[in-house]
Design a binder for this molecule. Structure first.
Ligand code: FAD
Length: 475
């Protein structure tokens, strides 16, 4: 049996369901990665550069083991046609299936084409989540809308364990016939990485790095995760999202490593976060329209203000709210943002500025190294109060209170807003209150070095509630 392993966003050798199954059940395997030009941005966003940098690292990692990754360009259907024409002995196709959004549709179409037109036997695996979107249902068979009951069920179910990869076996099953190599697009992956992102991506790619990140997190932060995860200045979360997104680490590997540790509140809280990931995957799979539509009907008619200049101030971290600005600058500089801050900036954009959550979602899409449509859309609809299980529309985050609570000494703010780094009192959270004397002392001139707040939160809050209630009244 000769099998193709279609690699997509599972850039790892270890604990890869499709790869392990193909290796075990085939006489020969051929690893293939396909770039569909229709999916490529003309100017690569950080998100895209990161994705192809990870693909490239995987290719290099395989090459070190003398395993070849064939890189092809075109639609998957056309490329599988070419491959099977060049190698008629190919009989099977293995891949890890996408459960939601565009990927799901594409996978169904490609599998159908390979089965009916090319006569391949297809084997699809749910590899990306601990529990698939269809696995956890209410007693009446309906999907859950709310996280808490979903989690109560989730936590009781046995979790899949990691699958071992046999590199030796994979090496032994490399195809001897290298004919399709003429289809290989040498240099394609490199050309899809925007040079200007190179610096940001250094040290953030590869399977080995992902495993090391897991190990470091367990050693340094896991047991305190419950108390430290909300404090951005401690930087005590795992940073694994970036590797999960590209499949440089498997979710089973993470779960197993964490559960093997001594029991702690930190461990339990961390595992709950993994359940949020499955939950949002399920919500997106059940509601494919959620990428463009607010899920709650009563909030589908919000009269967003959508002011372009306000949006620009938010994007560039110039709102005059230090915690919002520090967070946005962290995103722009590093391609990652702490979860507490994602909630704060998303609330600020949708409520204080009344800008459509889809604008923010798109901006995060372009900037985040860990961009995942289910979690991102889920997070944005949570903050905008438009999701199935979201913050009530009238409970609006006060950015200053959030700042005082989660960054009490302004350590995080000072890290990303150097203009405010000399401030030694509580006004780090509200620099607009600095007296002339303090401005001199702390070397910051308001409106020159750092802007005054672009809105008055108290008024913006009332405005948001009114606009949300108007939308409610239309239903
Ligand atoms: P840790 O705190 O170490 O958590 C461990 C893992 O649990 C994460 O890697 C992630 O896979 C999962 N997780 C944690 N929190 C959540 C959550 N709220 N929802 C779903 N999964 C979670 N996460 C993404 O992976 N991609 C996104 O594009 C994304 N966009 C978001 C947008 C908004 C507006 C909000 C509020 C949240 C978003 N999240 C997203 C969720 C969360 O912020 C990130 O997963 C987390 O900050 C990643 O850092 P970490 O790996 O250090 O997390």
């Amino acid at each position: 049996k000769v099998s193709i392993v279609w690699i997509r966003r599972d850039f790892r050798i270890q604990d890869n369901l499709a790869l392990a199954a193909a290796t075990e059940n085939s006489d020969s395997v051929l690893l293939v990665f396909i770039v569909d030009p229709e999916q490529i941005e003309t100017t690569a966003s950080l998100n895209q550069s990161a994705f192809f940098a990870s693909a490239k690292a995987f290719q290099a990692n395989l090459a070190n083991e003398n395993i070849h990754l064939l890189v092809l360009k075109g639609t998957p259907e056309s490329q599988f046609e070419k491959l099977t024409a060049a190698l008629p002995e190919i009989s099977d196709l293995y891949f890890n299936f996408d459960e939601r959004g565009y990927g799901r549709q594409r996978d169904q179409q490609v599998a159908h084409h390979c089965q009916t037109t090319l006569g391949l036997k297809t084997h699809a695996y749910i590899d990306y989540n601990l529990h698939s979107a269809n696995e956890i249902k209410k007693a009446d068979g309906a999907g859950y809308q709310i996280f808490t009951p979903y989690f109560k069920r989730w936590i009781t179910l046995p979790k899949p364990t990691p699958v071992k990869a046999s590199v030796t076996s994979l090496q032994g099953k490399q195809m001897a016939n290298i004919e399709p190599l003429h289809l290989h697009q040498e240099g394609l992956l490199t050309s899809l990485i925007n040079e200007k992102h190179d610096k940001q991506l250094v040290g953030q790619v590869g399977e080995a790095k992902a495993l090391q990140t897991l190990k470091d997190f367990i050693q340094s932060h896991l047991s305190e995760y419950d108390t430290q995860r909300d404090l951005p200045f401690l930087d005590a979360t795992s940073h694994l999202s970036r590797y999960l997104r590209t499949g440089e680490i498997a979710i089973r590997t993470i779960y197993q490593a964490v559960i093997n540790e001594p029991e702690s509140e930190g461990q339990q809280t961390f595992i709950k976060e993994l359940a949020w990931r499955d939950y949002y995957n399920m919500i997106y799979a059940m509601n494919p329209q959620q990428n463009t539509q607010s899920l709650r009907p009563e909030f589908q008619k919000i009269a967003w203000r959508n002011n372009h200049n306000d949006f620009l101030l938010w994007q560039t971290g110039q709102t005059g709210f230090p915690i919002v600005d520090a967070a946005m600058r962290q995103l722009n500089q590093t391609g990652w943002m702490h979860n507490r801050l994602r909630m704060i900036v998303a609330s600020f954009l949708t409520k204080d500025l009344l800008i459509d959550w889809r604008w923010g979602e798109q901006y995060f899409h372009d900037q985040l190294l860990d961009y995942d449509p289910a979690s991102n859309i889920g997070g944005w609809q949570w903050a905008a109060s438009t999701g199935t299980d979201s913050v009530p529309y009238f409970r609006i985050f006060n950015p200053t209170r959030q700042s005082q609570k989660f960054d009490p000494d302004g350590k995080f703010i000072k890290q990303f807003v150097p203009e405010l780094s000399q401030i030694t009192n509580d006004k780090i959270h509200e620099p607009q209150l600095l007296t002339d004397l303090e401005q001199k002392e702390f070397q910051v001139t308001l409106d020159k070095d750092y802007p005054k707040p672009m809105v008055t939160h108290k008024q913006a809050r009332l405005r948001a509630i009114e606009v949300y209630e108007q939308s409610k009244d239309t239903v």
